[in-house]
Design a protein around this ligand. Structure first.
Ligand SMILES: [Zn+2]
Length: 210
């Protein structure tokens, strides 16, 4: 998590990181009860699963294995990784907890609200639309929360009826690609809550609440 003391700076960083890679970034911003923008905002990024992290950093990389034996070697490595993770040995493996950017944001939400103070509106800018239950790997890293980030935002909004939430995303993710009405689709999927809406941002200046 990174903290910025200007939403302009946070947005600039979000756009800078929206460079077509698979990593997802989410910026948490607030408006106060007098509608003034809270200067403090928080940026989160996604973390790959432990196996991908290990391969990327060349730890536990499998080499010198005949092609035909590769699936078995990969499966064996996954068993070893899962065993270490089940023991809570993340540090041992030199990896960090996996998760979607939105999950880290939700985990930090109460702290962020306390820092921002006097919150009325919550606007979350994401490089990609939140994942949905029918996606190949909906987020599952936050204990006690439903699978998928869309379902998690629905719970977050239900838990905080006094705040209005807007989820603004730059591009469509996963099964939402090709959907011509992503805003309406996500709104329906999240239970049509009065205090939760979704906005697909077009290129141009950052979204501002009317
Ligand atoms: Zn997600």
């Amino acid at each position: 998590m990174e903290q910025f003391n200007s939403v302009h700076e946070g947005m600039a960083e979000l756009h800078k990181r929206n460079v077509g890679n698979k990593k997802i970034h989410a910026l948490l911003t607030f408006q106060h009860n007098n509608n003034k923008l809270c200067k403090t905002c928080f940026l989160f990024d996604s973390k790959e699963d432990a196996g991908s992290q290990l391969v990327k950093y060349d730890r536990l990389k499998i080499s010198n294995v005949p092609v035909l034996e590769m699936p078995a070697a990969l499966a064996a490595r996954q068993v070893a990784i899962d065993a270490e993770l089940a023991e809570g040995n993340l540090d041992e493996l030199g990896v960090v907890q996996e998760g979607h950017a939105e999950e880290f944001l939700i985990d930090f939400f109460e702290t962020a609200v306390a820092l921002a103070q006097d919150v009325k509106y919550v606007t979350i800018y994401i490089t990609h639309s939140p994942c949905i239950p029918s996606d190949r790997k909906p987020s599952h890293s936050l204990p006690g929360w439903p699978a998928s980030c869309t379902a998690k935002f629905a719970k977050l909004a239900a838990d905080h009826p006094k705040y209005s939430f807007t989820i603004a995303f730059l591009k469509k993710y996963g099964n939402l690609q090709g959907n011509d009405a992503p805003q309406k689709f996500l709104k329906n999927l999240s239970g049509d809550r009065a205090n939760l809406s979704f906005i697909e941002m077009k290129d141009g200046p950052p979204y501002e609440r009317p």
